[in-house]
Design a protein around this ligand. Structure first.
Ligand SMILES: Cc1cc2nc3c(=O)[nH]c(=O)nc-3n(C[C@H](O)[C@H](O)[C@H](O)COP(=O)(O)OP(=O)(O)OC[C@H]3O[C@@H](n4cnc5c(N)ncnc54)[C@H](O)[C@@H]3O)c2cc1C
Length: 422
């Protein structure tokens, strides 16, 4: 890299590195305190891991994901009406023993809900335990759930007394899909928190794709406050050096990148390991393979397909007229070329949905090396956003992987910066 070619003297502003949800939430907090700031974003748009591409009339979220309307921070900062949410039906379709089994809304109606999925494999005891787990997750505030004693989710389910059948058939595919961890090593705090969010709100997709969420926040910032294509190479207490060599002076610096990049920029942070995932999209001409607006889980927890979904059944905008979109989520990574992997997925999808799958068109594969920061106990707690004089850090890796945590932790960073500079 060449040396500095320019040194800006705008020392009254705060520089935020990254325009993901945490960086945007931080910026909005600074804006409300009339503190000058600029966001430096390496890519060409806002949102980080929450972006949507348009391809041939399809909306492709960069990794299939959903929004939970019960997220407290989302309720604070997002305009839900403008986002035009489309709801999933509560529950899931689970594929095992050669059939799809419908598990309707286990969080809100634990008894009625699990009868279909449990009948061939589960027990009355499992149903009672789901009710007990629900009662536990509904007690106290959502914030208090994140302070409870924690263990791995797998250990928590075993200690609750759940049978291996319901763990394998339901919890591993369902919660494993949410946390990108089919072995359920993720903290039990996350199990209860997500359970609580699903029980008290809706699971939705915005009418214009998940990218509409950060786009709404970015639109509230001054037009020239985000600089795109500005990859940050290094940070110090009072300056930021771009990859281009340009040096920008700052009153304070907030690193709001994904975890591993934050560690590169701030080597004193502890290492952040990440769960990897991939999402493949297929275009379908004609009717969808399933009519239920639900996520479809692989109840055999075998690679490659972990879960799939037809987002266009939930929200028709996801596919052009007369077409549907199939999204397939895989955990981990693969050395196979995109088209080759799509072929492997096509074979498994063909066994599930029949010969029509041969006519589906492979659209795109997203490889997500930093899908989620690893979130195993004993680490699930909000870590300090202020590191030392003038250097701040925020993002999901400082709290827990979710839109809720990125927004909340970003706001906390903005509040800490305001305290520092005012
Ligand atoms: C496939 C997938 C599915 C998910 N599903 C859900 C879900 O259903 N529900 C849910 O709540 N959460 C979900 N999540 C998690 C959620 O998306 C993240 O926790 C959240 O978006 C993280 O936001 P962030 O701002 O912390 O980081 P990021 O979104 O990673 O933002 C970091 C930003 O920093 C930029 N950047 C990085 N390095 C530099 C640099 N050197 N210079 C300048 N800019 C830089 C990046 O380009 C990026 O824009 C999912 C995530 C993925 C990947």
């Amino acid at each position: 890299m060449s040396g500095p070619i320019n040194a800006s003297h705008q020392t009254d502003r705060v520089l935020i590195v990254g325009a993901g949800l945490a960086g945007l939430a931080c910026a909005l907090t600074l804006k409300s305190g009339s503190i000058p700031f600029e966001i430096l974003e390496a890519s060409d748009g806002p949102g980080g891991r929450v972006r949507t591409d348009k391809l041939d009339g399809y909306l492709l979220d960069r990794g299939f994901q959903v929004y939970l309307t019960a997220y407290p921070e989302g309720q604070r900062v997002l305009d839900y009406e403008a986002l035009d949410f489309h709801r999933f039906a509560p529950g899931a379709l689970v594929r095992y023993s050669g059939k799809f089994h419908k598990a309707m809304d286990p969080w809100r109606e634990p008894f009625a809900a699990l009868s279909s999925i449990l009948s061939p494999v589960g027990s009355m005891a499992d149903k009672l335990l789901v009710a007990r787990l629900r009662a536990s997750a509904m007690a106290g505030t959502p914030e208090q759930l994140l302070l409870r004693p924690e263990k791995t989710t797998m250990q928590a389910l075993l200690d609750f007394g759940f049978s291996q059948n319901i763990i394998t058939r339901f919890f591993q595919p369902f919660f494993g899909a949410i946390m990108f961890d089919s072995q359920l090593r993720v903290s039990s705090r996350m199990l209860e928190y997500v359970f609580r969010m699903m029980a008290t709100g809706d699971t939705v997709l915005p009418g214009e794709g998940m990218g509409a969420i950060p786009a709404q926040l970015a639109a509230r910032l001054p037009a020239d406050s985000i600089r795109y294509g500005a990859r940050v190479e290094a940070v110090s207490e009072s300056s930021v050096t771009l990859e281009s060599g340009e040096v920008l002076q700052a009153r304070a610096v907030v690193v709001a990148t994904e975890g591993p990049e934050a560690v590169r920029l701030l080597p004193r942070l502890p290492q952040v390991r990440c769960r990897k995932a991939m999402t493949a999209y297929f275009g379908i001409e004609g009717p969808p393979p399933v009519d239920d607006p639900m996520v479809i889980l692989n109840g055999n927890v075998q690679w490659p397909i972990h879960s799939c979904c037809v987002p266009s059944v939930v929200c028709p905008n996801y596919a052009p007229e007369g077409h549907h979109l199939m999204s397939v989520t895989l955990l981990g990574e693969s050395q196979q070329e995109d088209a080759q992997l799509a072929g492997v997925l096509g074979s498994q999808l063909g066994r599930w949905f029949g010969d029509g799958v041969k006519r589906w068109k492979f659209l795109r594969l997203y490889r997500l090396p930093h899908a989620h920061p690893v979130n195993a106990p004993p680490t699930v707690e909000e870590r300090p956003v202020e590191l030392e004089n003038g250097v701040f850090v925020c993002g999901d890796h400082r709290f827990f992987p979710s839109i809720q945590a990125a927004l909340e932790n970003g706001r906390h960073a903005g509040e800490a910066v305001a305290n520092h500079v005012l």
